[in-house]
Design a protein around this ligand. Structure first.
Ligand code: NAP
Length: 281
């Protein structure tokens, strides 16, 4: 029997699984588009129904892979895509979203994010997001790569409207947000999506992760993901273009890290003791 994935509640009450699927570098030829679509479907089979993509990835090519993967099973998927900051004007955001919808082969995106902060005022982007929401083209909107100060500014500018998520770089090797943004977001009830949860693969094979993995009969990737699953309000979105590795990653939800495991992880990857600007990839 497959394990139940832990869930995160979004503002508005919808629950989504805390382990999803990334798509950066899909559509670039690293693996075949068929293999990449099969990887996403392997994740859906296991209940990893949050699929994260962006107009930026492979210049729309990743969205096309996603469209292919989900065409027969759209209703299962919680789809996330992103508008590039230079497109995020009032009219530009709407045009970008419509182009994404076309590539994705769907008429709506569950969560649409501003990829990172750019020159367009928040008020313009938020107005466009709200228009898209009223038209049923997006279900909710949010941001990405926003630090606490950016979030506070956004909340002030958008009030009473609020973002439904903030997608940020977070993994064992990049724990900076544990100093402030993580707690702040939990208190605000704004979920965080942890991108590059395997530090783009750099955490794989780390001796401490391997050692902890041996106790639980999993590999280093699953330990890195299980660490993120211990954090409330965090959705991790590992990317893999291989169905087998997606199934491996799912196993992160089947283990429970002990307090001794977490102590060893803190020793190897010390949590922050002072504020550092939010890192991004
Ligand atoms: P990641 O998920 O930390 O790592 C992906 C790398 O790890 C790939 O090379 C993948 O290779 C490999 N991998 C995955 N599972 C594995 C396993 N079980 N065993 C061995 N290797 C494994 O990095 P990421 O793709 O940068 O981040 C995840 C997602 O976050 C992205 O795909 C994207 O959707 C999102 N993201 C968002 C932003 C933003 O600015 N908002 C920035 C970066 C990423 P294979 O594919 O060959 O398995």
């Amino acid at each position: 029997m497959k394990a139940e994935l832990p869930a995160v509640t979004l503002p508005g009450g919808r629950q989504v699984p805390a382990l999803g699927l990334g798509t950066w570098h899909m559509g670039e030829g690293e693996a075949s588009p068929e293999e990449e679509a099969a990887s996403l479907r392997a994740g859906l089979d296991l209940g990893m129904t949050v699929i994260d993509t962006a107009e930026m990835y492979a210049d729309g090519g990743a969205e096309e892979v996603v469209g292919e993967a989900i065409k027969a099973r759209r209703d299962e998927v919680f789809l996330v895509s992103k508008v590039l900051p230079y497109n995020a004007s009032r009219a530009g955001t709407i045009a970008a979203c419509e182009a994404s919808l076309k590539r994705l082969g769907t008429d709506h995106i569950e969560l649409y994010l501003l990829h990172w902060r750019g020159r367009h005022p928040f008020s313009e982007t938020v107005e466009a997001f709200e228009t898209l929401k009223a038209q049923g083209k997006i279900g909710a909107w949010g941001v990405s790569n926003f630090d606490v100060s950016d979030m506070k500014e956004l909340l002030e500018d958008a009030e009473p409207l609020r973002p439904s998520a903030n997608q940020i770089l977070y993994n064992l090797a990049r724990r900076g947000i544990e100093f402030d943004l993580l707690r702040w977001s939990q208190v605000q009830g704004i979920p965080l999506m942890a991108y590059s949860p395997l530090d783009e693969g750099r955490l794989l094979g780390h001796p401490v992760l391997e050692e902890i993995g041996r106790i639980h009969n999993v590999g280093s990737a699953q330990v890195a993901l299980a660490f993120l699953l211990t954090k409330a309000g965090v959705i991790a979105i590992p990317k893999s273009g291989s169905p087998e590795r997606v199934r491996d990653n799912f196993r992160a939800s089947e283990i429970r890290l002990t307090s001794e495991d977490l102590r060893l992880l803190d020793e190897a990857f010390p949590p922050p003791t002072r504020k550092r600007p939010l890192e991004m990839i």
